[in-house]
Write a protein that binds this ligand. Structure first.
Ligand code: GLU
Length: 441
């Protein structure tokens, strides 16, 4: 592999040397902070801001012993990384995944700081994870480990301090157990507001209308704002998706409702294609029953290279990080890569795509719908209000449209690509707040 001499790698290397931190140029955190620092270097921001952003404020690691249904004990490793809270309480999802590592959680926490800042939400950035395969344990085991994790995190989370939410492998049921556990520990005078400790709760227990579909809905609103400038219209386009979980399946269904044809889908079970279109609603029901797209009869089974080389207008990764590498990027025949997942495109793949004239719409813009409706949920909890779905959608559209415009304006002003512009627009906001607040002491 070539030695990395891009501005992003150079920027990250310099700061890691200064902090006397070990680094590996192929590491996801190194790559992501490198891009953020490259964007910071387009701006006139103080060096101290770059130092602060390079490391998370807190990296919490806990180990949870849990009795399994068969009477044996297992120890599960949990993480909560709190990257920055200058804009407000730490905010970000809890991921349950069998392969999760600290650097991945750090990366996702950094991206939450950027995401909330770009959307101008009054939140900082955090992310948590539990090293567990949620599909491999029973519902009772999942409940026990979730309650134990919540107790272990203790006062490191709270409605005014750090507010978890769903992410890959977690859902509204898990958020309900987290909230219930936290409420049991809360002072009796704080029990009502205590449920605001997590967002993405079930509707009946303080959740918000529109939260489940929010990431997909936000992405559609971003496309509504971005595509006219590229002379494209959703009703005339085709797309393919990686991942058909919450984000992928909602994106597929909401795009279909706008007339976009879903041509191909790949997930952890396999890949399928139908040039005439895959019914996104039917596929969602099938995946809910079977756990994956494999075996869906109204499309052909294809292999991974065929999936990547399927010609489409919008290519939408909605699964794990670093899924689209250079080899995949070389196969892609799309006009726009829309990042629904966090950090799905490697820097080498992105450079290749941009050189080929393929636009890349960055994750911190495209997938901010989830945390935005989380903010609406938190706000409703604090005010004991219940908004209907129309109001949530209308306010979500406003936030996403403004963010998209902010990215377009910044790209024009700094003459840079969309990812640099999205980070720069976030960093400028964080910088202003640090200037006003100062750095304690
Ligand atoms: N996990 C989602 C994300 O990565 C949502 C976070 C939240 O709602 O706090 O943006």
């Amino acid at each position: 592999m070539d030695p990395c001499d891009t501005p992003a790698c150079q920027s990250a290397r310099e700061i890691f040397h200064e902090l006397e931190e070990y680094y590996d140029e192929h590491n996801l955190y190194f790559q992501t902070i490198g891009s953020v620092l490259e964007a910071a270097n387009l701006l006139d921001v103080p060096h101290r801001l770059k130092l602060i952003l390079t490391q998370p404020k807190n990296e919490i690691m806990v180990h949870c012993p849990v009795k399994m249904d068969d009477g044996t004990w297992q120890l599960f490793k949990g993480y909560r990384v709190q990257h920055n809270n200058v804009l407000g309480p730490y905010k970000g999802g809890m991921r349950y995944h069998g392969e999760v590592k600290l650097d991945e959680v750090k990366t996702l926490a950094l991206l939450m700081t950027m995401k909330c800042a770009l959307a101008r939400l009054p939140y900082g950035g955090a992310k948590g994870a539990l090293k567990i395969d949620p599909r491999a344990v029973s519902k009772d085991e999942l409940e026990r480990v979730t309650r134990r994790l919540t107790a272990a995190l203790g006062n490191n989370i709270g409605p005014d301090y750090d507010i978890p939410a769903p992410d890959m492998g977690t859902n509204s049921q898990i958020m309900a157990w987290m909230a219930d556990t936290y409420i049991n520990f809360a002072e009796s005078s704080n029990k009502v507001t205590a449920r605001g400790v997590v967002t993405g709760k079930p509707l009946e227990f303080g959740g918000s209308a529109g939260r489940e579909k929010a990431t997909g809905q936000g992405l559609v609103y971003v496309l509504d704002a971005m595509l006219p400038g590229m002379k494209m219209d959703l009703s005339e386009l085709s797309c393919s998706l990686i991942g058909y979980g919450n984000v992928g399946s909602w994106t597929g269904r909401l795009l279909q409702a706008r007339g976009t044809r879903l041509k191909a889908v790949m997930d952890h079970t396999g890949a399928i294609r139908n040039a005439h279109g895959i019914d996104a609603e039917k596929l969602a029901l099938y995946v809910a029953q079977t756990g994956g797209v494999k075996g869906y009869t109204e499309a052909d089974a294809i292999d991974e290279p065929d999936f990547y080389s399927t010609p489409v207008d919008l290519f939408i990764p909605a699964a794990l990080e670093q899924m689209v590498d250079l080899e995949h990027a070389e196969r892609l025949q799309c006009k726009v890569l829309v990042e629904a997942a966090n950090a799905p495109t490697t820097p080498r793949a992105e450079r290749h795509l941009l050189a080929k004239g393929i636009e890349v719409l960055p994750a911190i813009l495209c997938n901010a719908g989830g945390v935005t409706v989380s903010y609406f949920e938190w706000k409703q909890n604090r005010q004991s209000e219940t908004w209907d779905e129309e109001l949530v959608d209308e306010r979500l559209r406003t936030v996403m449209t403004r963010s998209a415009q902010r990215v377009l304006d910044t790209a024009a002003r700094l003459n840079c690509n969309m990812r640099m512009a999205s980070y720069a627009a976030a960093i400028e906001h964080i910088d202003k707040v640090y200037e006003m607040r100062g750095v304690f002491p």
